[in-house]
Design a protein around this ligand. Sequence first.
Ligand SMILES: Cc1cc2nc3c(=O)[nH]c(=O)nc-3n(C[C@H](O)[C@H](O)[C@H](O)COP(=O)(O)O)c2cc1C
Length: 379
Amino acid sequence: MRLDRAASIDDLRRMARRRIPRFAFDLVDGGAESERNLRRNLEAFEEIQLTPRYMVDVSTIDTRAALFGQSFDMPFGMAPIGMLNAFWPDADLTLARLCKRRNIPYVASSAASTTLETLAEAADGNGWFQLYVSSDTAVTESLIARAEAADYRVMMVTADVPAAGKRDRDIRNQLAVPFRITPEVVAGLIAHPRWSLATLRHGKPNIANYADLLQSATSYAEVQKTLITPGFTWDSLRRLRDRWQGTLLVKGILHPEDAVQCADIGCDGIVVSNHGGRQVAFGPSTIEALPRIAAALEGRIAIILDSGIRRGADVLRAKAHGADFALSGRALAFGVGAGGAAGARRALEILELELVRALGQLGVASYAKVGPSELSSLA
Ligand SMILES: Cc1cc2nc3c(=O)[nH]c(=O)nc-3n(C[C@H](O)[C@H](O)[C@H](O)COP(=O)(O)O)c2cc1C
């Protein structure tokens, strides 16, 4: 299929699946255990009805959203994704540049395959930094200092990693970092020569921010020790709040009391997220968790939502339930996988087209005005 014939993010996902070896596609596409949470994210969005209103002038649609003193052209940004160069070479830089060009936020992952400095430069003022707190405080402090020096103003600490997500597809695929060459990997490389050549040309995907640290690592479990923090507590968050001068967000909030605690500690916002269904299979979808969180927070701090955004209307569903802004992980990643930079542009084009059309149909000319009255149960 040609990129311009891709009508939906799901079309781009199918295109990416054909171009990318199974182990690398599954690394991005997969979720925890039975993947019930991953599917629940998608299904829960689809179930939410918004009621169109007509005879309203929608000849000019305004998709802008203001957040943390900045105005973005669309009400969503790119979520942090680690090791994305394993999916498609140069995916990080491609997306950081695109986000800058289209004036939306780009969140650079601690575990990105490109350094946080290079991504800050590419995102040029639109970059946010996502922090994985390491069990080794020196590693965490070094990342924070580097983020400060690179001029990131927004830091998002990921809270939902007290344990590694058990991703059955990765276990079956024998995924290992650093990559191990298994017969399945060789078969995948031969079957996808374009991916293999491009990956060879760009060098082995790695976790760039920890390059020195990881050079000595011999197993995935060892690598994960840097990314998994069973000892991260509310006290750690308080210390982080004291340490970081800029905007501080906590990502991975699903319980209203945790959200209130983040506000009490002085965080500037939360990301209602279940890591795209990658941590547990038993958890709630984020769109179902959101209303209670929004009610408990009473507008004290910003609410961003991710996990399961595949349509422009999903961003509006989140807004109607109390979110201020959204992030998308896989939707834009599938775009890159389907066609590099052009594919990423196509993914954004699709989401934008859907967003603009949905606002028109709802009879709400600007994103800022979408609220609970669009929900069918209240209309
Ligand atoms: C392959 C992959 C890697 C991810 N890596 C990170 C990461 O390094 N840090 C983080 O906070 N979240 C990470 N996430 C979670 C995303 O930031 C985001 O919460 C999730 O993708 C949202 O769900 P969606 O993919 O359905 O949009 C990752 C997600 C995927 C799919």
